[in-house]
Design a protein around this ligand. Sequence first.
Ligand code: 5GP
Length: 175
Amino acid sequence: MSSIKSVLIDKETIQNMVRSLGERITGDYKGKELIMVGVLKGGFVFLADLIREIKIPVIVEFMSVSSYGSSTKSSGVVKIIKDLDVDIAGKHVLIVEDIIDTGLTLKYLKELLMARGPLSVKICSALDKPSRRKVDIAVDYKGIEIPDEFVIGYGLDYGERYRNLPDVCILDPEG
Ligand code: 5GP
């Protein structure tokens, strides 16, 4: 059993964060061809909101990598389950993630995509837990920094549940 301990970030705060990131991305990529890569599954809610705040044409792609499974601790193992459907050589790529925790997933993904000859690979993450970082990685577009808590909602799951919560909440594993 588990449940929600408290709301950490409400949906209005999330909306404002998404809007301001969308404005920055729109300005930074004006006149460029941008491929936005959503990282499944957690990143799909943020990506869906973010693309509607971006006022330039973008291509949307998805990748799926293994991360936490149903546990709340990172295994450090990153495996590609679904790869991109397009060639990114000569293109600008923006990886869109739900949360950056240890940084292992995004470091691996960024290096993998960089090896395919894109013009650039940048990272956009809705949430950031800087206190848990294990590797040095730049988050080019960062939403909201959070403390070292396991969060659910806004795409983030616990055992595949709670992704549909509109707020980012703190999980109560005892609940
Ligand atoms: P990292 O490789 O940076 O440690 O972890 C990234 C992935 O771990 C995220 O995409 C997400 O799937 C998962 N993750 C990290 N922290 C949390 C959290 O607080 N809640 C949930 N539900 N997943 C998390």
